[in-house]
Design a protein. Sequence first.
Length: 75
Amino acid sequence: MAIQSLHPYLWDSVYKAAVLEPESAMLEQRIEVAQEALLTRWLELTQLRGDMVEIRAIVDATDALRALMRKHRAA
């Protein structure tokens, strides 16, 4: 059984910046930066057969960003 680190994931700060961005004009840029960080980390983990907990967190975060982008574009 793997023990999850107490430290946040490397992509966590850019993900939170996108989710918490209050200015509509900056939202798409923040989402794009977060999506790139998530994809990069996902590729690293899948090539190394890395931490499945983090991979699941990346998938969930990516889904949340897609929903946020759809909501933003519909507004």
